[in-house]
Ligand binder design. Structure first.
Ligand code: KIV
Length: 271
């Protein structure tokens, strides 16, 4: 546990890539979990738009609003973590104009984010450049981009086809180059074959953070609820390091039984 460690800052990311030291990122959406993952020593806390599927019970991430993201970033920022706070830009907050992209990135920074993350490659290049010009660090996200749910026909592994179309191997490589040239400080590579992620990681000068992209990325990211075994579903790309869903179920069932049988509260819980 690392409660006394130094604050992670953006320049550390490139230093870590150059030193071949793996970066760790996990999601958190509230102050309780933010304080736990921070104390455990992660480098980056991602306030992801996965809040939609993980916390809001949605099927996709498309319904998350800027107000939602600001609220969750504020909760995470309230614990003043040593880890860098990455605020996800939700669907619709950067696609329609560069001006919107900059204004919404500014909103997340004012809420407490230290980096903003947005999805896409070649097509979001201008948005990334404009946000970077506003002096806001940007994290890219290529490969499986959950906000492209309808175009992809679901959350499907990308980079398995040849050709120039979105989702092809060649295009994902171009997306990586585009976000790097646009000025990102790092980028996520999600659900692509490990050899493609390795090729990209070797070619680019900024850190890559993989999820379902093999062990050779410069870092890894997981959704906290998958890591803790809180999710109802399990995913090939994730690893559950605990079984908190079963542990929680057992605890709450025991409480229900204690109340029903009048074992709780006992005199030690009273005044
Ligand atoms: O929103 C999120 O949790 C993400 C990760 C899966 C990278 O974007």
């Amino acid at each position: 546990m690392s409660s006394s460690r130094n604050k992670v800052i953006v320049p550390h990311l490139i230093e870590r890539k150059n030193a071949s030291e793996a970066l760790t990122m996990v999601t958190a959406y509230d102050s309780t979990f933010a304080s736990i993952v921070d104390e455990a020593g992660v480098d980056l806390i991602l306030v992801g738009d996965s809040v939609a599927t993980v916390m809001q019970g949605q099927k996709t991430t498309l319904g998350v609003s800027m107000d939602h993201m600001e609220y969750h970033v504020q909760m995470v920022a309230s614990v003043k973590p040593k880890a860098l706070i990455v605020g996800d830009m939700p669907f619709g907050s950067y696609q329609s104009s560069v001006r919107d992209a900059v204004n919404n990135a500014v909103r997340l920074i004012k809420a407490g984010a230290e980096i903003v993350k947005l999805e896409g490659g070649v097509h979001v290049r201008e948005a990334i450049e404009a946000i970077v010009r506003a002096d806001i660090p940007v994290m890219g996200h290529i490969g499986l981009t959950p906000q492209s749910y309808h175009r992809m026909g679901g959350n499907k592994v990308q980079g398995r086809t040849d050709g120039a179309q979105a989702g092809s191997r060649e295009r994902i490589y171009k997306d990586a180059r585009a976000v790097e040239e646009a000025g990102v400080c790092a980028f996520v590579i999600e659900a692509v074959p490990a050899d493609l992620a390795t090729q990209i990681t070797t070619a680019v000068g900024v850190p890559t953070i993989g999820i379902g992209a093999g062990v050779n990325c410069d870092g890894q990211v997981l959704v906290l609820h998958d890591l803790l075994g809180l999710s109802e579903r399990s995913f090939t790309f994730a690893k559950a390091y605990s079984d908190l869903r079963q542990i929680s179920l057992k605890a709450v069932a025991e409480y229900v039984s204690d109340v029903q049988s009048r074992r709780f509260p006992d005199p030690s819980n009273g005044f």
